[in-house]
Ligand binder design. Structure first.
Ligand SMILES: *[C@@H]1O[C@H](CO)[C@@H](O)[C@H](O)[C@H]1NC(C)=O
Ligand SMILES: *[C@@H]1O[C@H](CO)[C@@H](O)[C@H](O)[C@H]1NC(C)=O
Length: 236
């Protein structure tokens, strides 16, 4: 039997949790952001059709120019394996805060699984390969890939994954994309790391991902302090 006092404390903590979720949600809708899915797609689409390594290094340069002080240094731009929802890919984090991230993601093998259900909107601009998405409740899947619109000119394709949604995902070998997320990023870590923690048990990989995320948060913290210092200097 659950005692009256423990019932009381369950109710109390549920209310506290609901209040926290409400506050974070309100903050997400009101706060200002570093960038947007449209801006990241615009930068990425310029390099669709190029050799993938070249495309990634040019996108990195563009991002460094557009968001100085917010992109991780070259020594921290590392490709790390990522196992989640049954699929396996590789990820290179460029920017991450509590509410946004920008990263390169892709796979060199055919892989598929569950997209995960997030408290974040995620957009993927496909540079090469293809991305098949099967939405819950539908009886067929949709395939996304960049298309040749004029001779030598590709039209980019950006796939949106709205918060709360879940889909089945399938990437063909050689699919490489630029991903932008906006939402409560720490909430996505549970899904992102569960397969590593409980399936592959690759603790080295888990450690590396957490180190890079911590470094990205550190960078944001310093950028924030710097902006405040400038702001105070300007208003004196
Ligand atoms: C990967 O998927 C593509 C497209 O669906 C298919 O043509 C190819 O044979 C697959 N490759 C392997 C190794 O299964
Ligand atoms: C996520 O996308 C939905 C649907 O487009 C939108 O209503 C919501 O404001 C977005 N959330 C954030 C944090 O931008």
């Amino acid at each position: 039997m659950i005692g009256l006092s423990s019932l009381h404390s369950i109710i109390k903590w549920t209310l506290v949790l609901c209040f926290l979720v409400f506050c974070i949600h309100y903050w997400l809708l009101k706060k200002s952001y570093l960038t947007s899915d449209i801006e990241i797609a615009k930068i990425s689409e310029k390099y669709v059709g190029k050799d993938i390594k070249q495309a990634y290094s040019m996108i990195t340069l563009d991002l460094q120019k557009a968001f100085p002080g917010h992109i991780l240094g070259e020594e921290d731009q590392r490709w790390l394996f990522m196992n989640a929802g049954g699929w396996m890919g590789s990820v290179c984090i460029l920017h991450a805060s509590l509410t946004e991230y920008i990263l390169f993601f892709g796979t060199a093998i055919n892989t598929s699984g569950n997209s995960g259900r997030y408290w974040a909107n995620i957009s993927d601009t496909i540079l090469t390969g293809s991305f098949r998405q099967w939405k819950e409740g539908e009886l067929k899947s949709t395939i996304h890939k960049p298309e040749l619109s004029l001779p030598f000119l590709f039209k980019g394709d950006t796939v949106l994954h709205v918060w709360g949604e879940v889909t089945a995902v399938e990437w063909e070998a050689g699919t490489w994309m630029v991903e932008y997320a906006r939402g409560f990023i720490p909430s996505t870590l549970g899904f992102a790391l569960a397969d590593t923690l409980f399936s592959t048990t690759d603790l080295v990989n888990l450690f590396n991902i957490l180190v890079i995320y911590t470094k990205a948060l550190q960078l944001e913290f310093f950028a924030y302090i710097f902006e405040w210092r400038e702001y105070i200097k300007d208003s004196l």
